[in-house]
Write a protein that binds this ligand. Structure first.
Ligand SMILES: Nc1ncnc2c1ncn2[C@@H]1O[C@H](COP(=O)(O)OP(=O)(O)O)[C@@H](O)[C@H]1O
Ligand SMILES: CC(C)(COP(=O)(O)O)[C@@H](O)C(=O)NCCC(=O)O
Length: 411
């Protein structure tokens, strides 16, 4: 298999070094900084006529609608509390210089990089001081929606359901995409009714989100990292702490109102009736109850909003999900249970990068330099994941510092 084919099918890093970097975009959230950038190498330039005078990364094709450029879209994330790691990463790979060339604001002679999230405001001065760049701020909700629409339209096998431990990728009909509810579970949770490109309304939100799970989980279990907390939750048993309907009803279902004996009646409720202290519980059981409580609560609020606005499809994004089976299962079951099977929870493979991708595609919106109107970026994601016998759904999710092959098309 030749190298390019290998890259596409295996989604692996190219063995050759980077060519030029262009279009760095950032989403600086309450907990994580998400980084997206595009790189080309000589090998990635595709085999058709080039305008040799186009002395820039996104060359202009003389022919019609062919890919004018192939390269890789790279994704990376950092903890916001370790923002210096992110600055060092950008600096060592000279990512800001690629962005610099592409978006030099001639009028003000500023070096602009697209950025969204609260940190684009909070850390603007730091970026100027350390990297000499100005953050060109894009609204967070605009970016979430733009990122979600972009993924749903451009990326094959992006959205999937998670039912009974199985992922099922959804074929999205672009003509029947709207309306939908976008639930972004970051530090906090935003719920957005999306009616079209740039047409949306943030209809709800909740402060009980990913930051609550990580913060409360850290305090209760003394774990040192988010991944450790997730690992704990995997091994735990929530029934040790949660009060189930059966605990209240002597092992019986409360079938008259549709509650089985195993339904959680009260999250953490057993901690009171058992007269136990925190030390008497295993950290893994605490982590499991917490994950279930928060996922269930978000699933329920999402459903209520979907109901209020008559929406059948709910897409969940944000790094809280992290492709975690138990999280997705709890959310899916909550949506299914409350909607009596009417509404569907769907997840996005690039869940945590919606805002950063939205900031990235906003370069095109502003028609900067060589990005022409009507340009679209298509990202052919490997179709071989599901067919691979060694396929492991956990590995198929986008992890740190991954990249994927993509092509830039011009109208
Ligand atoms: N490596 C990690 N470190 C901290 N939190 C993580 C990590 N991976 C996933 N998370 C979860 O993702 C949440 C942040 O999600 P994200 O979408 O990046 O939101 P924000 O934009 O607010 O930073 C955290 O609150 C936590 O629940
Ligand atoms: C303020 C935020 C939009 C910031 O986004 P985040 O960094 O959490 O991704 C989000 O935390 C949020 O929507 N919080 C919920 C606030 C509320 O509606 O109660």
């Amino acid at each position: 298999m030749d190298q390019r084919r290998d890259q596409i099918e295996g989604n692996s890093e190219p063995s050759h070094s980077f060519g030029q970097i262009s279009h760095l975009a950032l989403d600086i959230g309450g907990t994580l900084i998400k980084v997206v950038y595009f790189s080309t190498s000589r090998d990635d330039c595709i085999d058709h006529e080039w305008d040799s005078s186009a002395n820039n990364t996104l060359g202009v094709s003389k022919s019609g609608k062919h890919p004018i450029l192939e390269g890789r879209l790279h994704f990376a994330k950092f903890e916001t509390r370790n923002i210096n790691d992110c600055l060092e990463f950008i600096s060592s790979k000279k990512l800001h210089l690629g962005g610099f060339q592409r978006c030099r604001n001639l009028a003000k002679d500023k070096n602009l990089i697209k950025a969204t999230g609260g940190g684009a405001h909070k850390f603007a001065e730091l970026f100027r001081e350390k990297l000499g760049i100005d953050l060109d701020k894009e609204d967070e909700m605009d970016c979430l929606v733009a990122g979600a629409n972009f993924l749903l339209k451009a990326v094959h096998r992006e959205a999937y359901t998670y039912v009974g431990g199985e992922k099922e990728f959804m074929q999205i009909d672009q003509n029947d995409l709207y309306p939908y509810l976008l639930v972004n579970i970051g530090s906090g949770v935003s719920m957005i009714k999306v009616d079209g490109d740039g047409k949306f309304e943030r209809v709800s939100g909740t402060n009980v989100g990913g930051g609550t799970f990580w913060g409360l989980g850290r305090l209760l279990t003394k774990c040192k990292s988010f991944d450790e907390l997730l690992e704990l939750s995997y091994r735990g048993n929530n029934r040790v702490i949660d009060m189930l309907v059966g605990d209240i009803y002597g092992g019986m279902d409360y079938s008259k109102i549709g509650l089985s004996s195993t339904t959680i009646a009260s999250s953490f409720g057993k901690a009171v009736s058992d007269y136990k202290e925190l030390e008497d519980y295993k950290p893994e059981d605490v982590a499991r109850s917490l994950l279930r409580m928060i996922s269930n609560n978000i699933g329920q609020i999402a459903y209520l909003n979907a109901l209020q606005f008559g929406l059948k499809r709910i897409f969940f994004g944000g790094f809280f999900i992290q492709g975690q089976p138990y999280t997705m299962d709890t959310i899916s079951v909550a949506v299914h249970f409350w909607s009596k099977g009417e509404a569907k929870a769907m997840f996005l493979r690039h869940e945590g990068f919606l805002g950063a991708l939205g900031a990235y595609v906003s370069y095109a919106k502003n028609r900067l330099d060589d990005l022409v109107c009507n340009e679209s970026i298509e990202i052919p994601v490997s179709a071989s994941y599901a067919a691979d016998p060694k396929y492991n759904p956990r590995n198929a999710d986008l992890n740190d510092n991954e990249s994927m092959q993509c092509s830039v098309y011009t109208a």
